[in-house]
Ligand binder design. Structure first.
Ligand SMILES: [Zn+2]
Length: 547
């Protein structure tokens, strides 16, 4: 097991003043019809935001942008504490109680961040809630604002919540019913953003400290090139970039059950949003994880992302027995880990479908969805071609290299979809996964219908499924007759629902991470340049999520 070198859970401190004091009145909307300046401090507006869609601009507040007392209370009671507690649950740092900083920094917003009195904690997050004018569909963005001089560990960040998006969650009933999936997704997106700010960013990799040497890594990432042949016979070269730090390599090898891999591959697809490439895990390889390009309602914070944060040299880990895990690719071996998807490498339940438009349990069993392929109007990139017709691509889209798989569209956690009439065949909840069932319907032939069921894993790894308040052991390929109407089809021998998500790192060889402390900072101030009278603000890290 992992030896814990660090003293205390990371203390993530939220600075709320940006959403409810006068400081923020210049950037947040407090009444409809008023105007605010969105953009970095010290620059004049170039005009109306609705016209230019870029900052600095003048924004005319709409009703949905208004940061009401109710919205502030919602942020402060329902969102921010859950975020801070989430990271405190898993991460530790070795740091003094109180930081004395005596400095004022700017993080590309219209206001300065005053750290002159220091703060008692390890990571200070400034929270703001002003309209995101570059894309009104965005939910939030985050920034890394400052890092320590002695080890480059980030310690000040900023997160901006789009008020218009979060208004819908004020109604608690809606949040727990018809908006439950959307709410879960929003929460996961915020966790995703914070994870970027505290270390998972290609801009920060260069500062990671190797625990073995106490010095910066020579290479955190490694590029590798493979040669392949498309189904139509066209040859291609595929160059991937992977994180190759020690713990990440170990976790990936354990996850896939494959020692011959290049580490954890990073996303290479940019879907028109800055900062995607190189700052997320490759979707095709890691399927359902918090740090994929597209954050889904089920996006577990797995041992993979924790391993990366650990390898940064800035954090220790705790509560590893409570980490979230994903089934995607688990135990699927080197072909899955290293090769492109195909009928043979992805020949598992929920992955490559036997037929087009196949509805079934998703690969992770988190729910159900349809796997399909379709003809595109152009040839796909050769390495993403999986059929002899080079225009055909699977429903995974570009990030998933056009591989076909059952993408979860109905989630087993979504209790809002439960009702007394369908609980018999389908039961929803937090500890529920999707299973195939044979349904005996009196007057017609038996048929397969998937349904969500509560599950648990016995100490010996046996899967158990709960139906009508009773637990049934489900051995690979067995069929469990529950009653005359329902037979559960147990997953096959490749299923890893009860497989472990181990974190087997040889900690005896790990040295105590650098624990020095220096009150000086190296600030990540935005670099501002003027080009053709258009102000371009280059931020260290900025991601907008569009759904
Ligand atoms: Zn991201």
């Amino acid at each position: 097991m992992l030896k814990i070198n660090y003293h205390i859970s990371v203390r993530v401190i939220i600075a709320h003043q940006c959403i409810h004091d006068e400081l923020s009145s210049r950037i947040s909307c407090y009444r409809a019809g008023s105007s605010v300046l969105i953009g970095p401090k010290g620059f004049q507006s170039i005009g109306l935001c609705d016209t230019y869609k870029r900052t600095p601009c003048t924004y005319i507040c709409k009703q949905e942008d208004v940061v009401s007392a109710e919205l502030i209370d919602f942020f402060n009671s329902q969102i921010l504490p859950n975020i801070t507690e989430f990271f405190e649950r898993y991460l530790t740092v070795n740091a003094p109680d109180h930081k004395v900083l005596r400095t004022i920094i700017n993080c590309g917003e219209a206001y300065d961040i005053d750290l002159s009195r220091g703060f008692k904690g390890d990571f200070m997050f400034y929270v703001s809630a002003h309209p995101i004018v570059t894309n009104t569909e965005s939910i939030a963005y985050s920034l890394t604002c400052a890092s320590h001089a002695h080890n480059d560990a980030p310690y000040v960040g900023l997160i901006n919540l789009q008020p218009a998006y979060f208004q819908r969650f004020l109604n608690e009933t809606a949040r727990k019913s018809n908006l439950l999936v959307e709410w879960m997704q929003a929460y996961r997106i915020l966790l995703h953003e914070v994870t970027h700010s505290i270390g998972f960013s290609k801009k920060l990799f260069q500062f990671y400290i190797n625990r073995l040497t106490g010095k910066k890594y020579v290479n955190v990432t490694t590029k590798s090139t493979t040669n392949g042949l498309s189904p139509s016979g066209e040859s291609f070269q595929y160059t991937s970039q992977s994180i190759t730090t020690p713990s990440v390599r170990t976790v990936v090898a354990n996850h896939f059950n494959c020692d011959e891999q290049n580490g954890a591959e990073l996303e290479n697809i940019d879907n028109n949003s800055s900062g995607i490439v190189g700052s997320h895990w490759k979707s095709t390889k890691f399927g359902e994880e918090l740090m994929l390009t597209n954050t889904m309602p089920i996006s577990p914070f797995t041992n993979l992302t924790l391993a990366l944060l650990y390898d940064s040299g800035w954090y220790g880990l705790i509560n590893l027995d409570k980490i979230e895990s994903t089934n995607w690719g688990k135990g699927k071996g080197c072909y899955f880990a290293n090769q492109t998807c195909s009928m043979s490498t992805w020949n598992y339940t929920g992955y490559w479908p036997a037929e087009n438009n196949k509805v079934g349990c998703s690969a992770s069993r988190s729910g159900m969805g349809m796997a399909s392929w379709t003809e595109h109007s152009r040839n796909l990139p050769v390495y993403q071609q999986h059929w002899s017709n080079s225009t055909i691509g699977g429903n995974g889209g570009a990030e998933f290299d056009y591989c076909p798989f059952s993408k979860t569209s109905i989630f087993c956690f979504d209790t809002s979809q439960s009702n007394s009439s369908n609980n018999f065949f389908d039961d929803r909840g937090d500890r529920h996964l999707c299973f195939d069932q044979i349904i005996n319907s009196n007057n017609s032939l038996d048929y397969i219908q998937m349904g969500c069921r509560e599950y648990r894993c016995e100490v010996d790894g046996t899967l158990q499924v709960k139906v009508n308040q009773k637990w049934y052991s489900c051995q690979p390929n067995d069929r469990v007759v529950v009653n005359e109407n329902i037979t559960i089809v147990c997953p096959d021998e490749f299923d890893q629902t009860c497989g472990t998500s181990s974190f087997d790192i040889d900690t005896d060889t790990l040295s105590e991470p650098y624990s020095g402390y220096n009150s000086a900072i190296s600030s990540f101030n935005p670099k501002q340049t003027l080009t053709n009278n258009v102000i371009i603000v280059t931020l260290v890290y900025l991601l907008l999520y569009i759904f």
